[in-house]
Each structure stands twice: as structure tokens, then as C-alpha cells.
Design a protein around this ligand. Structure first.
Ligand code: AQP
Length: 326
């Protein structure tokens, strides 16, 4: 049997290169060797401030991004989380065996509380329980995510382990799959991760002009004040992106040119901008095509929800039986 894979992204905006190199790159690899379910996790999107009208639009945008990036509905199942209600039903059951202290220590909870002190809600605290349910409802073995999600995967494992101990072996203990670009930093503030809501990101759908507009003012080595100062590529966010996006000889050349002040940061960024624009040229074309065919996209989601509900209802029936509900 093929391993089962689950992963999802919040519909909080179009996808950026952090989402791509942190998660989607692995989704594309895994869809050839595993049984994959990829979701737009709209219930998770409700835990931070959002606009309902925007959310409707964003869900669709994220699905377009998935498809244009190469997620193939013939190989993978694509769903909108709220169209498979078994996720939330299982989340309630898992919530009853999850100590609150496990949730309070989750770093992303603390970060979101600091970011939106006016929006601290139960959903935000129990986010990792719903994420555990998203993963476990399909008995997933592998969860391809960016590095920031590791504490959530660890919790999903702990919750699965606790359930198995209390009610008998039911769930595999899911493992994360990380890419080499597991954490891409913000262009505006390289101490923070690139994010949909926090900004500092290049979108997969950005045109070459838009990419350049964002890259030109991006933060580099702060100690390098003029073109004649030698820079330190190891502390430069642009160099980190070169390491992911550029050819080995280009990476060597930009590092050398920076260290020996052979060129300025703008020249270095121009090479990167071109590489990003080229990498996502097909994406942009494919996305434009998909935008013209909303019915096709709706059909993919309908078929995905049906298939996912079939699998999810089997797990839920088993769980209900074991926990005295069935
Ligand atoms: N900067 C990043 N570098 C590497 N991976 C990243 N991911 C997100 N940002 C980076 C990975 O993308 C997947 C989707 O994440 P999400 O939308 O569910 O939540 P997020 O991690 O909070 O993503 P954003 O873009 O930062 O959204 P907002 O602004 O809404 O919070 C995950 O696998 C994540 O690791």
C-alpha cells in the first residue's frame, strides 16, 4: 500500500515562494509516490481576523495556485476542509483527550496571541487539535510542511499516541517531510518568516515586474553600506534565496562578487529576480488558463470532497465505535 499524505494551507492570501519551497515542492514529489490529500484549510483561516467575502475569494485563489503549481487532480485529492465535516467531528473527540497545557506551549499560538491580542479565541488555542484531526482522519503517514509547522506535527503525533493508548491502536504516528528550503524569510524583515498576512513575500503569480518591485528594496547584509564595501553573503537573505533558486555556478559567482565587492546588491538581486520569474513562468501561464475555467475547478473540488468523505467517514466510524459513540 502507498503511504498516505495530508497537508493544507490557510486561505489567507495567494501563495508565496515560502509556501512553495517550504511545502508545495514536496507535495509535487510525493504525489507520484504516495496517496495524497491536499486541502485549503478554511476552518483554520477563521482563527485569525478575516473578511468573510475575502475568504470566499481566497479559497478559490489558493486552489488555482495548487493546480497551477502542478498538483494533479488525477494523482491527488484536492479538498476544501469545510466540505469534509468529519474533520471537525474528529477534532472534537481528539479535543477531549488533549491536555490544555499541551496547546498553551505551542509557539505559533503564542505568536498569534502577540500579533492579535484582541482576537484570542478558543479556535486559535485548539488549532493544533483540528490540524491533528485533518491529518489523522485520513490515517496519514506523512505531512509535508514548512519548518514552522513542526510543533504542530509533534502534537499530532502525541495526540495520536494518546488516543491509541486509551482506545486501542487506530492511528499511525504521522511524520513530517521537510524540504531544503524549509524556512524562507521575509524580504522586509529577514528575522521573520515570509508570510501571506505578514507581507515580505513574492507571490507565485507575481509578474516579473512585480517580482522586481519587491526584490529591489529587499533587506540585504545591513553592514554593507556602499557598493565598494565587501558584503557577507552568509547573513544576506537574498543569498539564501539564491541558494534555493539559482544554478550552482551562479551561487558561487554571487557569493564571490559580494565578498569582494565586485558588484552591488542590485545586480545580485537582478539575477535572482530573473531566476524567480523564469521558474514560475509556466505557473503564470497555467494559472491564467485555469482562471478561465471555474467549472473545471469546481468539479475537481466536488470529486475531491466525495472521495475524501468516503475515507474520512470510515475512520470516524471506527473512532466512534472505540470511544463509545458508535
Ligand atoms: N516562509 C515560509 N517558509 C517555508 N515554509 C512556509 N510555509 C509558510 N510560510 C513559509 C509553509 O506553507 C504551508 C502553509 O502554511 P499556512 O498557510 O497554513 O500557514 P502559515 O504557515 O502561517 O503560512 P503563511 O503564509 O505565513 O500564512 P499566514 O500569514 O496566514 O499565517 C505550511 O506548510 C507552512 O509551513
Amino acid at each position: 500500500m502507498k503511504p498516505r499524505v495530508f497537508s493544507g494551507i490557510r486561505p489567507s492570501g495567494r501563495l508565496h515562494i515560502g509556501n512553495y519551497f517550504g511545502a508545495i515542492e514536496n507535495w509535487l514529489k510525493l504525489q507520484d509516490e504516495a496517496d495524497c490529500i491536499f486541502a485549503v484549510v478554511d476552518y483554520h483561516g477563521m482563527t485569525t481576523p478575516y473578511d468573510p467575502k475575502e475568504m470566499m475569494k481566497e479559497k478559490y485563489e489558493v486552489v488555482l495556485d495548487y493546480l497551477a503549481a502542478g498538483i494533479d487532480p488525477k494523482k491527488s485529492t484536492l479538498i476544501i476542509q469545510s466540505q469534509v465535516p468529519e474533520h471537525t467531528e474528529l477534532a472534537w473527540i481528539l479535543g477531549t483527550i488533549t491536555p490544555v497545557s499541551w496547546l498553551e506551549r505551542v509557539p505559533t499560538y503564542k505568536e498569534k496571541v502577540a500579533l492579535h491580542p484582541e482576537y484570542i479565541n478558543l479556535g486559535l488555542l485548539s488549532y493544533p487539535v483540528l490540524m491533528a484531526a485533518d491529518i489523522l482522519i485520513y490515517k496519514s503517514d506523512i505531512v509535508p510542511v514548512g519548518e514552522d509547522q513542526l510543533p504542530h506535527i509533534e502534537l499530532a503525533r502525541e495526540i495520536a499516541g494518546r488516543f491509541n493508548k486509551m482506545f486501542g491502536k487506530t492511528f499511525p504516528l504521522p511524520k513530517e517531510a521537510l524540504t531544503k528550503g524549509a524556512r524562507i524569510m521575509s524580504l522586509d524583515d529577514p528575522t521573520k518568516k515570509m508570510s501571506k498576512t505578514g507581507g515580505g513575500g513574492i507571490l507565485l503569480s507575481d509578474t516579473p515586474e512585480e517580482i522586481w518591485k519587491k526584490l529591489a528594496p529587499a533587506v540585504t547584509d545591513p553592514a554593507r553600506k556602499t557598493i565598494n564595501d565587501p558584503g557577507n553573503p552568509e547573513i544576506c537573505n537574498i543569498y539564501s534565496l539564491h541558494k534555493i533558486m539559482s544554478l550552482p555556478e551562479q551561487i558561487k559567482m554571487v557569493a564571490d562578487s559580494c565578498r569582494h565587492a565586485k558588484f552591488g546588491c542590485l545586480e545580485c538581486k537582478k539575477i535572482l529576480a530573473k531566476n524567480i520569474a523564469d521558474e514560475f513562468e509556466d505557473f503564470r501561464k497555467k494559472r491564467k488558463e485555469l482562471e478561465k475555467d471555474p467549472e473545471r475547478v469546481q468539479k475537481i473540488l466536488r470529486v475531491g470532497a466525495e472521495k475524501a468523505r468516503q475515507l474520512a467517514s470510515e475512520t470516524l466510524a471506527e473512532v466512534k465505535k472505540k470511544t463509545g459513540l458508535g
